[in-house]
Structure formats: C-alpha cells, structure tokens
Design a protein around this ligand. Structure first.
Ligand SMILES: [Zn+2]
Ligand SMILES: [Zn+2]
Length: 285
C-alpha cells in the first residue's frame, strides 16, 4: 500500500469505561465496537488509565485496534478544559504518579460533596458511592447522582445536577486541577498526542482560539455536542493550524437513556495521521 491510500474503516476515539464514570467495562466496550465493525477505539477515561490493559487484552479476540488514551481535567482561569491524550504509555511513571495524586484528590472531593448534601438533608453514605466505582475507578459526581436516584432523593441524573451537584449549585465542590499546559506536557512526556477535547461544548470561540495557541497537537472536531456547522468550523481550524483532527462519541454507557457509541465515528485515516505525526517526532529525536 502506498502512502496515499489510507486504510478504510471507522474509529471511535472518545469512550469512557467504568474505570471512570462510564457504565460499561473495557471488555464490553471492545466487544460492542467489534460487533459494530469498528476498526479502532480509544478508551479515554477521565484521569485514569486503568481500563487500557483490559481493553488491549480483550481486543486480541477481535480484529480491533485499541489506542491507549486518557482524558485529563484541567483548569485555565475560570474555564474547565478537557484534554485528550492518545498513544500515551499507560505505564509512564510521571503520568502514573500524577494520576494517583488526582484520584486521592477526587476522593477528598467526593467526601466534601457528601457532607454538603447531608447539610441539605440528602443523606447518602460515601461507602454507597464508592461501591459504584469499579476497581476504585475515578469517583465522580455521576456516581453520587446515581446513588441519589437509587435512594429516591431525585428522579433523574439531570435533576441531581440541576438541584445539587452542578457548577454553582449548593453541593458543588470544585475539582483539583492542573493547567492545560501542564497536562499537555505530561501527555507529551508519556509519548502521546495532546488533543483539545470537545471545544464546542462549553468553550467560547475566543477561548478556543486562545487555547489552540498552546502546544496542542490536535483538536476534537466530531462530538455529540457539536452541530455540523461546528464540526466543519473546527475541521477548518485544524487544517489552518496544522492540528490533527479527532472525534468520537464520548459515550459513558446508557445512563442517560441512549448509548452514543457507534453514532460518532471518524474515518480511520485520522488514526493514520496521528501515527504519521508520532513517527515524525520519533524519527527526529
Ligand atoms: Zn470531556
Ligand atoms: Zn469524555
């Protein structure tokens, strides 16, 4: 095959397993992707790489490529910025030690939220919330919301966020965060590609234009929260700034009623482009 003939096929490069706040196990995700005929997936759990190994092993059953990924939570002033890392070494020591620290901070935060909820008359135990995280995966607000639903304090996930857990709501506690630049450097030092996640979700156009001046390698163009106009806009932006284009379903399972996986696939050539970029770096080192 020559360089101009990209392999065909599709990839979903943004998926959450129960190692963060998703519902499916890494193996379930791999099985579903294989059943859908996808060529590649990336498990991009929030601040966790725990699901990668299981996915890699499971994928051997199928003709499926698993790209080691992660989605790091960062803060830039008042902005929450999510950054995807692809082709990272999940065993990288610096990344691992950072992620361990982050998990500790998440647990502290969950404790604070549970305490605030108790003051508001919502009595749930931290233990109940913890039971919802598999293998001590990243504990987060979705686990707390699920517990509140089960205990009958709210009817739905959205109600839990709207009344209690959302930004600025009575039981809100800010997360411990690093800066986008720190996250990009961490990803680079772990051998990966740093991508600005879902820029059209809650970032203003000016914020996006500022952020892409940082050392990003790519920008997520396809995402369930992006209209087709936005997809097109971000694609043009990627071309203009020589950024890699990525995309995926950001599927967390079926907590909100619908499983998004399979509906937001990008052409496999996007993956090839990432590999070409990595080869270029490695070749010049
Ligand atoms: Zn995100
Ligand atoms: Zn995500």
């Amino acid at each position: 095959m020559n360089d101009h003939q990209w392999e065909s096929g599709w990839a979903d490069l943004h998926l959450h397993s129960y190692c963060s706040d998703g519902v499916f196990s890494p193996s379930q995700i791999v099985d579903k992707a294989a059943a859908m005929g996808l060529k590649a997936v990336s498990i991009t759990d929030h601040d966790s790489v725990r699901g990668i190994q299981e996915a890699l092993i499971r994928a051997k059953l199928w003709n499926l490529e698993v790209i080691p990924g992660v989605e790091l939570s960062t803060r830039d002033g008042e902005l929450d910025v999510h950054i995807l890392g692809y082709f990272i070494d999940p065993k990288d020591r610096e990344l691992s030690s950072y992620l361990r620290r982050f998990q500790k901070e998440r647990l502290k935060r969950a404790k604070k939220i549970v305490a605030k909820l108790a003051e508001l008359g919502v009595n749930i135990e931290l233990e109940e919330v913890l039971q919802r995280t598999h293998n001590k995966g990243s504990i987060g607000r979705p686990h707390i919301a699920d517990t509140m639903i089960e205990r009958g304090y709210v009817q739905s996930y959205d109600e839990a966020f709207y009344k209690y857990l959302g930004n600025g709501k009575p039981a809100y506690v800010p997360k411990f965060k690093i800066s986008p630049t720190e996250a990009i450097d961490l990803i680079h030092r772990a051998g990966g590609i740093a991508v600005l996640a879902h820029p059209g979700m809650d970032l203003a156009p000016n914020d996006v234009l500022h952020l892409i001046t940082l050392d990003f390698d790519g920008i997520e163009i396809l995402h369930p929260k992006h209209s087709s106009e936005k997809v097109n806009f971000f694609y043009q932006l990627a071309l203009k700034h020589n950024l890699l284009a990525t995309g995926g379903s950001d599927c967390h399972g079926d907590r909100k009623g619908r499983t998004l996986m399979g509906y937001y696939n990008v052409p496999y050539r996007f993956v090839q482009h990432m590999k070409e970029r990595l080869k270029l770096w490695r070749g010049t080192e």
